[in-house]
Ligand binder design. Structure first.
Ligand code: ZN
Length: 353
């Protein structure tokens, strides 16, 4: 089975870079490995204006290490009634705003400013449809009566699909698709795209819950069943141009992950690509990696393909890999995917952050 592959420099179409000391600690992992990074706007306060997005982008670039190469953060604004639609149009026209992200209020980290219903923001979607700008959707019901493992399917059926029926011209990316229902919605609706994370490709809910509860694997949407995982792997390895890599890398300090209520988020910027490579390799589909990690996202977001490449070789790493890092504020963060990263050497980029 092939175990070496050279791919155009990959992109990460969904990442949380946080702020301040955490930003300083994590940005290098993303900047050294990836070219484009779609940066999520769920800061405190959320990014609801072009000025805030520009300031954050500048801060990210100032924080990125000198050897970051061609790293290009692209910004998503936070879908909220606070967004001024003229400001949004200007930001899109100027190339500052690449997308707008919809969070159901309270679904995940710093999502309190989100809308209660997708229908609350129709004028904003009109601007997106007009300008061909994508709406990125965290598709997860916040209805407490809906079982946690059914929340993506419930949201798709009750919120997103009706909106898309009403506005077929709206371009949607279903973020971190985690279930068969998500894959089906994307396949059924041409023009719809989806990101898939390394952890949803490589883990299922028994990994999370069966052998000691694993806060490091706890994220939103929650890692779902093995049957769902298999459908995600099929979609990612199929070459279908609707599916691309978005790590959803989301660092939290161990004090927040291992307390009485674990925060949702997996930090995988460091080793996520190796996790995806191992998943594709196990599936006998390593040849499909360039489409998923490098080409599809560029086509979805209308950016040029990269000119530089990296090579992944499946040979065990003979040194110890870091299992966590510490920020300058003293916060420790656990790295996801060490097991897989031990099996892969990545060349021509600084591979281990
Ligand atoms: Zn996210």
């Amino acid at each position: 089975m092939t175990s070496t592959i050279t791919i155009p420099r990959p992109d990460d179409w969904h990442v949380h870079l946080r702020d301040d000391a955490m930003l300083d600690a994590v940005v290098g992992y993303t900047a050294r490995r990836f070219r484009f990074a779609m940066v999520m706007p769920n800061l405190i306060p959320p990014l609801t204006s072009v000025a805030a997005a520009v300031a954050y982008r500048d801060k990210i670039l100032a924080s990125a290490p000198a050897d970051s190469g061609d790293f290009r953060p692209v910004m998503a604004l936070y879908a909220s009634p606070e967004v001024d639609l003229d400001d949004l149009r200007t930001g899109i026209a100027d190339g500052v705003v690449a997308a707008v992200k919809y969070y159901p209020a309270g679904a995940t980290t710093n999502s309190e400013a989100g809308a209660a219903s997708m229908r609350d923001l129709m004028p904003l979607y009109e601007v997106l449809a007009d300008t061909g700008t994508r709406l990125l959707v965290h598709a997860e019901s916040t209805d407490p009566t809906v079982d946690i493992f059914d929340r993506e399917a419930h949201f798709l059926e009750n919120q997103l699909a009706p909106l898309m029926d009403e506005m077929p011209e709206l371009l949607v990316t279903v973020e971190h698709v985690s279930t068969a229902a998500g894959v089906e919605l994307v396949r059924d609706r041409p023009g719809t795209a989806a990101t898939i994370t390394p952890h949803h490709l490589a883990r299922e809910r028994s990994d999370l819950l069966a052998d000691g509860m694993r806060p490091d694997l706890y994220c939103k949407p929650v890692i779902n069943s093995e049957a769902d995982r298999v459908r995600l792997v099929e979609a990612a390895t199929s070459g279908d141009p609707a599916f691309c890599l978005g790590t959803d890398s989301a660092p939290h300090p161990t004090t927040a992950k291992y307390g009485p209520k674990a925060k949702a988020g997996v930090f995988n910027a460091a080793y996520g690509l190796e996790v995806v490579a191992e998943t594709f390799h196990s599936h006998g589909s390593l040849d499909a990696l360039p489409a998923f990690a490098s080409h599809n996202g560029c086509a979805i977001y209308g950016v040029d393909a990269p000119s530089d490449h990296i090579t992944l070789v499946r040979e065990p790493v003979d040194s110890e890999l870091a299992t966590q890092f510490t920020t300058s504020a003293g916060d420790e963060v656990v790295l996801f995917g060490v097991e897989e990263a031990m099996q892969w050497t990545v060349r021509e980029a600084d591979p281990k952050g």
